[in-house]
Design a protein around this ligand. Structure first.
Ligand code: C2E
Ligand code: MG
Ligand code: MG
Length: 457
């Protein structure tokens, strides 16, 4: 393949400053490099091209055959380092050489096909295809060589497949998409390949956009404080609130936390966002107090990422002092996942906060995030029963038994109880019969801008 395009055309210098001219110049330099360094651009171990050279050669194939349908398959082995460590580097190298053998074979057998050994255990293949099944067959062919290879370690390869959609694709974009698909299954023993699909495409665009916009969004005050009232179901009185973030994007409107929090947890920005939200709540409470009004407690969510942030306790105490607001007006909501990383450390921080007057609430009780096991620890002041727990109570007798006894147990343990996501009169009636009074849910109020909440008080 590397010999297929050896024309050394000279760039028209008058075009160099236009976008197209720059692109052409870039391609020219890549081409020169590839031509001059055919041997240097190959991995000595596998005799396959490195990524740069692969991008150039593959890009040329696509340019010269723009009407073909293309696929890029990316491969990576989970924990390949462990294979090297446990079985020895020589065995690791032998495995990589065997894998490269299949890729080289595919290069020669399939039309318009080229492979790359990017680094260590990362391979890629660009090919043309008619049916998706052909691509799955390629994956299985490579996987079989790995499965049959005599080595004493479990080797788990993952494949991501991206296909061109009509237009001739940019090869680096195809590679990014294939890698993204690969990352969704890497290390999972039950899946060996994944296709890049529309959902991933949208997710990828959203994540990129969030990453690009998050800092300006924080600076420009695009994160809004919404509050959902908590009520006493017996009297209808508002007894508190929960602070919930909304991203008000000038272009996309109001975005829910479920859409952007996972991205912020990945890049750590959720810490900045939480601190921003906590400060908004302290500020609001301080304004109410200065007007001589008696605020109700408005709880804030504490992301599990704070487990990695030793200053989170100090930050909360500092805010309480700066705004002269007693911590009892700002309870903390945590899920069990906040304790997974450093359980003892987290309990210590929590105890310090409680000694300063903060209270802690266990969020999402009854889902995988907060379980029975945590109740044995006495340090939670309140349990928030998740909506999932009560959703089917009208239709499921067993569900009613579980709820009734859970509430009894929590009462006996002496923790406060609040139920989230109450949507129907039947749910309200049943919960009141069980002796549970506090609730939060659409039956009473939806989350609202904080100004609206204040005017309700
Ligand atoms: P959460 O803390 O469990 O908050 C309750 C969620 O349930 C909110 O969703 C609320 O709008 C929704 N909800 C309340 N009542 C009902 C109901 O009757 N029916 C239904 N279907 N839903 C109800 P939201 O605002 O989308 O927030 C989702 C999650 O995002 C929150 O769950 C919380 O874990 C997280 N979150 C929200 N704001 C923040 C924040 O400032 N910081 C952090 N770290 N997490 C936040
Ligand atoms: Mg919450
Ligand atoms: Mg919850």
């Amino acid at each position: 393949m590397e010999n297929q395009n050896r024309q050394t055309d000279v760039i028209d210098r008058s075009k160099q400053n236009t976008e197209a001219g720059k692109q052409e110049l870039y391609m020219y330099s890549l081409r020169k490099m590839a031509e001059d360094n055919v041997e240097k651009n190959k991995s000595p171990l596998t005799q396959l091209q490195n990524l740069r050279s692969f991008f150039y050669t593959g890009g040329e194939i696509i340019r010269q055959h723009p009407t073909e349908q293309y696929a890029l398959i990316a491969m990576d082995i989970a924990q390949f380092k462990a294979v090297n460590e446990f079985c020895g580097r020589d065995a690791g190298d032998a495995l990589l050489a065997a894998i490269a053998g299949v890729f080289r074979k595919l290069d020669t057998e399939r039309p318009l096909t080229i492979s790359s050994h990017a680094r260590a255990d990362v391979f890629a293949l660009l090919t043309t295809y008619q049916e998706e099944q052909e691509l799955i067959d390629i994956v299985m062919q490579i996987k079989k060589v790995i499965d049959d290879f005599p080595i004493d370690c479990k080797v788990l390869p993952a494949f991501g497949i991206a296909t061109s959609q009509g237009e001739p694709p940019a090869i680096s974009y195809l590679k990014d998409c294939a890698t993204m698909a690969l990352n969704t299954i890497k290390g999972k023993f039950y899946a060996s390949y994944a296709f890049f699909d529309e959902k991933m495409r949208r997710q990828q665009m959203l994540e990129k956009q969030i990453e690009n916009n998050i800092v300006t969004a924080l600076q420009n005050g695009q994160f809004a404080l919404y509050i959902q009232p908590k009520v006493d179901m017996a009297t209808g009185e508002i007894v508190g609130g929960e602070a919930l973030v909304r991203w008000v994007d000038p272009e996309h409107g109001v975005i829910s936390p479920g859409d952007f929090l996972p991205v912020l947890e990945k890049n750590g920005f959720v810490i900045d966002l939480d601190v921003y939200m906590w400060e908004q709540v302290f500020k609001m409470q301080s304004e109410l107090l200065s007007q001589g009004r008696r605020p109700v407690p408005v709880s804030v969510n504490v992301s599990r990422v704070h487990a990695f942030d030793k200053s989170f306790c100090d930050t909360l105490c500092r805010l309480s002092q700066r705004y002269q607001v007693d911590p009892s007006y700002v309870p903390l909501e945590l899920t069990e996942s906040a304790f997974l990383w450093d359980e003892q450390g987290m309990y210590r921080q929590l105890e310090i906060l409680q000694s300063r007057g903060f209270t802690a609430s266990m969020d999402d009780f009854g889902t995988g995030y907060s379980t029975m096991n945590m109740l044995k620890n006495q340090s939670m002041d309140e349990v928030k029963v998740d909506q999932a727990f009560i959703r089917d109570l009208e239709t499921n007798e067993k569900s009613r038994v579980v709820i009734r006894h859970t509430i009894r147990m929590l009462q006996e343990l002496g923790t406060d109880i609040i139920v989230e996501g109450v949507e129907t009169e039947e749910q309200k009636k049943f919960l009141l019969e069980c002796g549970c009074k506090a609730a939060q849910g659409y039956l009473f109020y939806k989350p609202m801008p904080w100004q609206e909440f204040v005017s309700l008080l």
